[in-house]
Design a protein. Structure first.
Length: 561
């Protein structure tokens, strides 16, 4: 019984950990104002590094690319993409090959090479769980299932998932993670190369909604913990609608077993597992923050349409479970999505519920990533955007991402100034079932955006071959971007493949273009390139960001009757 999470020693450890985040969450060492931290700016949350806000133009490495010697040849290509940060995994099995013996060569190599290439690092702790499974647990954990038991499915079959009800596993993971953070304090405490840390990876239950081990069954039949009930009661008006509906459907009870409060079905089982995953993760994160309190986040694998708990990695930090994770893991600062699905706008909106700051550690490395980055930074004041498998990105996606990141680098001072003020919007084609134009209001102006994806030129024997002319199929180019209200009648647009018309909010007035200029930002200052008029604005009727080329335009509007 000593290995189960309800043991007296572990309950005491959890109580200590529960109080720890209140003192360390987001805190910086008092003698170093340059220490990475999260800070509010209006309604936005910004990542402050070296005393100033940082927008992460990042890329996440493939899972097996985090070893320095293997990665080293890729650094020039990563720099050419315009990255300012690399999201890199670090592996429990590599760092602690034998219990209590730590090897930090991987971390030291990443730090050395990132500094040499003037990059920041976001480190991913592949500890107990990676994509639900325990594949990065050390061999001494994997081969001792008596000490580190696995979850059992409904038929009693063990899965390759260490149960979150194991005190021994949680304590071992927490000790290893604390050692990592202590090493970072000693080797990076003044350089601030590492700016964020992810705890575990895509935590979740699969292929069933919950663990059916004896201890899990006992806990499922026990009362819902009072701290979770207290959170639900206190935050009742702002609970995630899915969780609020689940609670209400079972009578809105403020006491009872998990089945009584949340139901005995898959949704109730998922809520149960979310709480225990969150508490386990909280102890690991709190142990790390006690050594070196960098901002920390957890990431979520998203849900395919119509999938039910158990068909996807259930119980992770998904929007419908945010309240359970916030109640159970106060040491975690951000709940982050890994977005590989096309409904990017929908998922980013869900992950900004109730003030959760948006950081996207993984995204599909398609051509659309270039536009999705612009959208995330403007529409949702994102902290960062990072396509996955960045070392493997190829044309045309690589060129498009480099062009987008170049724009974002130019616009960073403007974006940071306008974060949290409601003066920015993202331009992204609406979902397929919606009709264009995409209508947005900024101040006293309505914007009507139409999107034109175009096609990427393909070569056959050195000649450009248009689609349908016998050449290779041509990938379509992305369309969209961002808009920032620089003043009441001045708007800045950045992106490609988008045409915008305008309507004044005041009835009876007509919008006109006073001036449209293309330019760029150099060291935060606007540099004029050319005035656009005549054909470029359809004789004063619209603003057009042409397909296939990223650009920035500043527009001054007026109205007349």
């Amino acid at each position: 019984m000593r290995n189960m999470i309800h043991s007296a020693s572990f309950v005491l450890a959890m109580a200590l950990a529960a109080s720890l985040p209140l003192s360390v969450r987001g805190a910086a060492p008092s003698d170093d104002p340059r220490f990475p931290r999260l800070q509010k700016h209006g309604t936005a949350t910004q990542l402050i590094v070296d005393g100033k806000p940082l927008l992460i133009r990042g890329g996440e490495l493939g899972n097996s690319t985090g070893e320095p010697d293997y990665l080293r040849p890729s650094w020039p290509a990563l720099k050419a993409l315009g990255l300012n940060a690399v999201v890199a995994p670090i592996y429990w099995d590599v760092i602690e090959p034998a219990e209590g013996r730590f090897v930090f060569g991987t971390i030291d190599g990443l730090l050395r090479d990132a500094r040499a290439n003037e990059m920041k690092l976001v480190l991913l702790w592949f500890g107990t769980w990676k994509n639900s499974m325990s594949c990065y647990a050390p061999s001494w954990v994997k081969t001792d299932s008596a000490r580190f038991p696995r979850v059992l499915d409904a038929s009693g079959r063990p899965e390759e998932i260490v149960t979150p009800f194991s005190a021994a596993a949680c304590e071992a993971d927490a000790k290893a993670f604390a050692a990592v953070m202590r090493h970072l304090r000693e080797t990076d405490g003044k350089d601030h190369t590492v700016v964020l840390v992810q705890v575990e990876n895509e935590i979740g239950m699969i292929p069933c909604p919950r663990d059916h081990s004896a201890e899990a069954d006992r806990q499922f039949a026990a009362p819902v913990p009072s701290p979770l009930i207290a959170w639900l009661r206190e935050h009742r008006p702002t609970l995630a609608p899915e969780l609020a509906a689940l609670w209400a459907a079972n009578g809105g009870r403020e006491s009872g077993t998990w089945a009584e409060v949340f139901g005995a079905g898959p949704a109730g089982e998922e809520a149960f597992m979310a709480w225990h995953f969150a508490r386990y993760t909280n102890l690991v994160a709190a142990a790390g923050k006690a050594e070196f309190p960098l901002p920390m986040y957890v990431n979520a694998a998203l849900i395919r349409p119509a999938y039910q708990p158990g068909q996807y990695p259930s119980a992770g930090p998904l929007p419908h479970l945010f309240d359970i994770w916030r109640a159970g893991a106060p040491a975690i600062d951000l709940l982050s999505p890994d977005i590989y699905f096309p409904n990017f706008a929908e998922w980013t909106a869900r992950f900004t519920r109730n003030g959760n700051a948006l950081f996207i550690p993984e995204a599909l490395r398609s051509g659309d990533a270039s536009i999705n980055a612009l959208y995330a930074f403007s529409q949702h004041d994102a902290i960062g955007f990072c396509p996955f498998g960045i070392e493997s990105i190829a044309e045309p996606a690589s060129g498009l991402l480099a062009g987008s990141f170049k724009l974002i680098a130019q616009l960073t001072p403007v974006l940071l100034e306008h974060q949290g003020t409601g003066s920015m919007a993202g331009l992204l084609p609406p979902a397929s079932e919606q009709r264009q134009p995409h209508r947005i209001q900024l101040g006293r102006w309505f914007l009507n955006a139409m999107y034109e994806r175009g096609w990427a030129p393909q070569l056959a024997d050195g000649v450009i071959v248009p689609p349908g002319a016998g050449g290779p199929s041509a990938p379509t180019l992305p369309a969209g971007g961002l808009v920032i209200a620089l003043g009441p009648d001045e708007l800045l647009f950045a992106g490609m493949g988008t045409t915008i018309t305008f309507d004044p909010a005041a009835a009876g007035e007509v919008a006109g273009l006073l001036s449209v200029e293309e330019g760029c930002y150099v060291d935060g200052q606007w540099r004029h390139l050319r005035w656009l008029n005549g054909d470029q604005t359809h004789q004063g009727r619209h603003v057009r960001l042409e397909p296939g080329r990223f650009c920035i335009q500043r527009v001054r509007l007026y109205s007349y009757r």
